[in-house]
Design a protein around this ligand. Structure first.
Ligand code: FE
Ligand code: FE
Ligand code: ZN
Length: 278
């Protein structure tokens, strides 16, 4: 079965997200752990979480993906900015244990002129503080487009962060199709080659999630502007090859395309129709 979902609003809680996912024929979903601007998080509602777990029990849901606020910068040169990222991720990971055994994704950060090596050092420092042995959540580093001074535009940078982190059995990778295409990995003409490269540098066993987005910009543009599936420079054919790749079966796919629910429902329908293993 194709495990697929999309980004949903968390404002009405977990049960509501799961119900919405079912309504659009998804069997997973992504959500922001808190408001990406004000950083406010909703109080944990144990009643909601209980209802959620009961609801998804027999529905074949795969792991869900929590997304850290994209406005955090663990690689900032400003200690206050780094400290905010640290406190928020620490709190997010504690809260994630109310919904154990899921995934938590974050953008590695931007080194803002300090250089990649310094940026990586700061990200590792944060991970070595926030990860804890008892956590059941796998923390994912998202592959980035390389906009500005973003870290995580190459598989090598991500691998270096993983290698330098102590509890790195808690780490994985979320591959964003728009980002890596913008970042210079040609998933349109040479997807097998890109997968081989990922496997050689990082190891495919680290890949826990795929963000499936088309790109508004051409190959290697380092822009990071998502487009609806089939509406951009990557195209539907490349997406269909990705979901059907034998090496990527069971890895959940999340849409972050510029859509409302109806649009997401339609994209899920198209991708499910083009999935060969139903
Ligand atoms: Fe992201
Ligand atoms: Fe993404
Ligand atoms: Zn993006």
């Amino acid at each position: 079965m194709l495990n697929i979902g999309c980004h949903l609003s968390a404002s009405k809680g977990f049960y509501n997200m799961a119900k919405t996912a079912c309504d659009i024929n998804a069997n997973t979903f992504q959500f922001f752990t808190r408001n990406p601007r004000g950083f406010a998080a909703k109080d944990i509602d144990e009643g909601d979480i209980k209802k959620y777990h009961e609801f998804i029990k027999d529905k074949g849901f795969s792991k869900v993906l929590a997304h850290a606020p994209y406005t955090l910068n663990p690689a900032s040169s400003d200690e206050k900015v780094r400290d905010l990222a640290l406190r928020i991720m620490k709190d997010d990971l504690l809260r994630m244990e109310y919904v154990p055994n899921n995934l938590y994704n974050f953008h590695p950060g931007s080194h803002v002129g300090q250089g990649v090596e310094k940026g990586i050092e700061l990200i590792v420092e944060l991970l070595n503080t926030v990860l804890f042995e008892e956590q059941t959540t796998i923390v994912l580093l998202e592959t980035m487009a390389g906009k500005g001074s973003e870290i995580g535009r190459s598989f090598e940078e991500i691998k270096e962060i993983i290698d330098k982190t102590k509890l790195n059995h808690k780490l994985g990778v979320c591959l964003d199709t728009c980002h890596i295409y913008d970042g210079g990995y040609d998933i349109v003409n040479n997807f097998e080659g890109v997968l081989n490269e990922f496997d050689r540098v990082i190891g495919l066993d680290r890949l826990h999630a795929i963000h499936m987005n088309d790109s508004k910009n051409p190959f290697e543009s380092h822009k990071d502007r998502h487009e609806v599936i089939g509406g951009g420079s990557i195209g539907l054919d490349a997406m269909v090859k990705i979901i059907n790749n034998p090496r990527l079966q069971n890895i959940p796919v999340f849409l972050e395309t510029p859509n409302e629910l109806d649009g997401y429902k339609e994209e899920i329908k198209i991708l499910r129709e083009n999935y060969n293993n139903n």
